[in-house]
Design a protein around this ligand. Structure first.
Ligand code: GLN
Length: 543
């Protein structure tokens, strides 16, 4: 237990410098040296969890195996480390305060005045150490959201100061800053870094390592200057140059010896070298594709690129696995209808319909699916995408006019997607979604059973509505088959079309499970089918 080392990653100067990627890359390097590592994100906002955050503002909501709705950075952690995270890996200020206030109401503080220091900071420290104490990790890397100097992050920085003080030699502070290049002066500028470190020092934290995000290489002079002004060794000034893909960052960090610096400062052996063999192979395949395909990602949160982060990354993994460059175009479902689909979707080799909530843009998704179904274009529907495929098939193949999900139309004559009776009861009490991992039994002889090569899989969920089994016989008789079933609740998890080159809808979210070393088989299959579709299309055109 006492062996756990705590590494804190803070950011200064600007947001969006890639703290999550630096944390994940450092974790990857330590993991590849044989250490057990986990990463945690502390978010300074007051929401208790990110489940209710608007994807426009905050990007996708990531879901862990244990059903926690978390910040999307946890997705990066899992994709890099290939180790599942949990509720304990994402803590918000809202959750910290909620716990402290609950304790206060229970009388746990015995009448003391409850204050930011020590009560809030103690609760923060407890949350940082939960992972280390419970799972026996060699390293817990804690990424602190926001930028130093923000009012919101002050209690977190204070908790870091206290932990460094209380556990000498066991804690390390890594600070990520920006070193901007001023084109007019033709120079990289260190002043923002100096100021940022000063802000951190005002809170009593001396960074041990400074990672500098930059668009140009840092020469020795710049490193020395940062070292001198910020009280760190010049070997502790690490360059983080803009990379072509986030997946290159662990390799860049290895070359900059970030892991060596960390180990050296914590008095740990650097004898064992990091083994990034599989990682480098992935990056090589990613950068040297033999094929390319165009995928339409049909959704409604298209303005913000992080809204479908895990899906985008799963497509990258699947592309590399197929040695294929995947060009993804996000298409707003509101812009699609039965008349214009041909025009808007004709150049694509595969169509993916995204998850989502609410009525807006739903008819456009249904039109896109109809187009994919009728024209033999590989189709992958995820969660709401699968539900839309069921609605489309109901309306246009089974002739169930007005078929819908009761989420969109409570009065539909054909509720082909509906809420389970038990779920309705819970919902009335305020409990809501089916969240986290559930088992899915794969039906033999289906396309997905070829794809998974397994009889049972477990996949993550985040939804309220389900396929309505009342209609299952009619669907199956007409060629849309249940290919995966939740064995305990008898819920349809996967639907596929029999007479179609590749048409699969899944009620769960496979995108939360795809990682660099273990790309998700459904995404790999979808890209494989898209490549085939493209080749066939070209053959037909050239003959
Ligand atoms: N809105 C749908 C439901 O709640 C689908 C959710 C989703 O796509 N994640 O069932």
């Amino acid at each position: 237990m006492a062996k756990t080392r705590y590494i804190f990653v803070t950011g200064g100067v600007s947001s969006s410098l890639g703290k999550g990627i630096i944390s994940a890359s450092l974790a990857k390097l330590l993991q590849s040296r044989g250490f057990s590592v986990t990463i945690q994100k502390l978010d300074p906002y007051i929401n208790v969890d990110p489940g209710t955050l608007n994807p426009y503002e905050h990007g996708e909501c990531y879901v862990t195996e244990d059903g926690a709705e978390t910040d999307l950075d946890l997705g990066h952690y899992e994709r890099f480390l290939n180790v599942p995270t949990s509720q304990a890996n994402n803590v918000t200020t809202g959750r910290i305060y909620q716990t402290v206030i609950e304790k206060e109401r229970r009388g746990d503080y015995l009448g003391e005045t409850v204050q930011v220091i020590p009560h809030i900071t103690d609760e923060i420290k407890r949350n940082i150490q939960i992972l280390g104490n419970k799972y026996d990790f060699d390293f817990v890397i804690t990424e602190i959201g926001g930028t130093v100097g923000d009012i919101e992050s002050l209690p977190y920085i204070e908790a870091v100061r206290q932990m460094k003080w209380e556990m000498p030699g066991k804690c390390l502070s890594v600070h990520l800053t920006l070193v901007p290049y001023l084109a007019a002066a033709g120079e990289l500028k260190t002043k923002p870094t100096q100021h940022s470190v000063k802000t951190l020092l005002e809170s009593g934290v001396q960074p041990d390592i400074i990672v500098c995000r930059t668009e140009k290489h840092l020469n020795q002079n710049i490193r020395n200057k940062i070292a001198l002004f910020c009280n760190v060794e010049s070997t502790s000034v690490i360059e983080s140059i803009d990379a072509r893909t986030i997946y290159e960052v662990p390799i860049l960090m290895r070359d900059e010896k970030l892991d060596v610096e960390v180990l050296r400062k914590l008095n740990l052996s650097t004898d064992r070298q990091p083994d990034l063999g599989r990682w480098e192979e992935f990056v090589y395949r990613l950068k040297n594709p033999k094929e390319e395909v165009r995928i339409a990602l049909v959704g409604k949160y298209v303005e913000l690129k992080d809204a479908y982060k895990s899906i985008q990354e799963s497509l990258v993994h699947a592309g590399a696995s197929n040695e294929c460059k995947v060009h993804v175009s996000t298409i707003h479902s509101e812009s699609l209808n039965d008349e214009n689909c041909m025009d808007k979707l004709k150049g694509f080799d595969g169509i993916l319909v995204a998850p989502g909530f609410g009525h807006r843009g739903i008819e456009g998704k249904i039109s896109a699916i109809r187009y994919a179904r009728e024209n033999g274009i590989p189709f992958f529907g995820i969660c709401l995408g699968m539900q839309c495929a069921v609605v489309e098939f109901g309306r246009n193949v089974l002739g169930l006019e007005g078929a819908h999900s009761t989420e969109m139309d409570a009065e539909t004559p054909y509720p082909v997607i509906d809420m389970m009776e038990e779920q309705k009861k819970i919902t009335n009490k305020g409990g809501t979604m089916r969240l986290g991992v559930y088992t899915c039994r794969i039906i033999k002889g289906t396309r997905v059973s070829d794809i998974y090569q397994q009889d049972e899989v477990s996949e993550r969920h985040r939804h309220r509505y389900e396929f309505n089994n009342f209609y299952l016989k009619d669907y199956e008789a007409a060629g849309m088959k249940a290919a995966g079933i939740n064995p305990t609740q008898d819920l349809v998890e996967i639907m596929e079309l029999v007479d179609h080159p590749w048409f699969i809808g899944v009620q769960f979210h496979p995108e939360y499970r795809s990682t660099v070393v273990s790309p998700h088989p459904l995404f790999v299959g979808f890209i494989g089918a898209s490549i085939k579709h493209k080749q066939l299309r070209h053959m037909t055109v050239s003959h």
